[in-house]
Design a protein around this ligand. Structure first.
Ligand SMILES: Nc1ncnc2c1ncn2[C@@H]1O[C@H](COP(=O)(O)OP(=O)(O)O)[C@@H](O)[C@H]1O
Ligand SMILES: [Mg+2]
Length: 361
């Protein structure tokens, strides 16, 4: 049997560069060498693409470890790398293991569409929608799901007056990042400017959002939204996981650097009716955001009122050892090697579906 050629993209010009390297390592380990031929392209922090050697994948391990070694290999043009692959390896499918801007936001997906290569995860539109916390919330709200009240702020413009109506504390976050980079909790008006300045270091749009004392509940979604019932690639929601951060909130440090920074519980201890309703909301949010393949849908459950709010979707969720997405599927009976195979099958199915579309009037 011919092995399927899988090209992994990792690193990336994003504040989540390090996380991507750890995720890529997990995925490489999960891809069976009996079934797949694997190549890796590393995108450095300056956006330069190069063929990544094994050393990179073996060393990338620690999030707070050293920078991955600069591969001496020649730089690649992104289009050449994705259509021809590194070392003349023409991929059957690309797995963009990139988190955050330029990887998870549709940019790389657009490149892969142009190159005509099947790729894992959401398409251009789904990736872009998932990356923008403001646009995502507007669509999810239009689909009937609750979201916390927020206002949008832009650099160089006065803080919108309606921030006053939200009350304190507030959360300030860049619209298009992840991993809590640039996110601050603001207790009083005097600290709002500083928080916005921090968010604007990472994006030109920020959300100022009402804060709630919240439980953090996450749901993994996997599959083809247009599959018929009974299809093995049918869209499914996993059980729920809960993250309990031992910090002021679930910060970057708590996520990746501090092993005691957060605890994860699977399943989330919730009454079964609540679990069912959040799982159903996760699928609805995924569909309304043009999701495809995979997505981790995160909710904030207000401890005081018990009400749950859609918070965000991650179309390329973390795949580190402590990451919720693979852990939720493992708990649902889908081990990571099976999970990555399903994701690859989904990528190929979408590409075939698109290939059948007419390109002439
Ligand atoms: N409105 C909010 N109320 C309470 N906590 C929040 C709120 N918004 C964000 N947080 C906290 O900040 C963390 C990061 O914010 P989030 O919106 O999930 O962005 P990111 O994409 O960086 O994960 C959340 O996991 C949560 O701990
Ligand atoms: Mg989050």
């Amino acid at each position: 049997m011919r092995k399927l050629k899988v090209l992994l993209l990792c690193g990336g010009r994003s504040a989540e560069h390090q996380v991507s390297l750890v995720s890529a390592a997990t995925i490489v380990r999960a891809l069976s060498p009996a079934k797949f031929q694997i190549e890796t392209v590393y995108i450095d922090s300056n956006g330069r693409w190069s063929a990544a050697g094994r050393e990179l994948l073996e060393n990338r391990g620690k999030v707070n470890g050293k920078a991955p070694p600069r591969t001496a290999a020649r730089s690649l043009s992104p289009l050449a790398a994705t259509s021809l692959g590194a070392k003349g390896f023409k991929p059957d499918v690309v797995f963009p293991v990139l988190h955050g801007p330029l990887g998870e936001d549709g940019s790389v997906q657009g490149l892969l569409e142009s190159a005509g290569v099947p790729y894992v995860g959401a398409g251009v539109l789904g990736s872009a929608l998932g990356m923008d916390k403001d646009v995502a919330k507007r669509l999810v709200r239009a689909a009937g799901l609750p979201v916390l009240p927020y206002v949008v702020a832009r650099p160089g413009f006065p803080i919108p007056g309606d921030v006053g109506a939200l009350g304190f504390p507030l959360f300030v976050k860049p619209a298009g990042l992840g991993s809590s980079v640039g996110v601050s909790k603001v207790e009083r008006k005097a600290d709002l400017e500083k928080a916005l300045r921090e968010a604007f270091r990472f994006d030109t749009k920020a959300l100022v959002e009402k804060a709630v004392e919240a439980r953090e509940i996450e749901c993994a979604v996997l599959g083809d939204p247009w599959a018929r019932p009974g299809d093995p690639l049918e869209l499914k929601a996993s059980g729920l996981g809960e993250v309990v951060a031992h910090a002021r909130f679930y910060t970057y440090e708590a996520k990746y650097l501090d092993p005691e920074g957060a605890e994860r519980f699977i399943p989330a201890p919730l009454p079964s009716a609540k679990t069912a309703s959040i799982r159903e909301m996760a699928v609805r949010a995924f569909r309304s955001l043009e999701g495809y393949g995979m997505g981790r849908v995160d909710f904030l459950l207000d401890k005081r009122t018990g009400k749950s709010y859609f918070n965000e979707v991650n179309t390329l969720p973390g795949f580190t050892a402590s990451s919720m997405y693979p852990a939720l599927w493992k708990a649902a009976g889908v081990p990571t090697p099976r999970l990555v195979e399903l994701l690859i099958d989904l990528a190929i199915r979408r590409a075939e579906r698109r290939r059948r579309l007419r390109v002439k009037p």
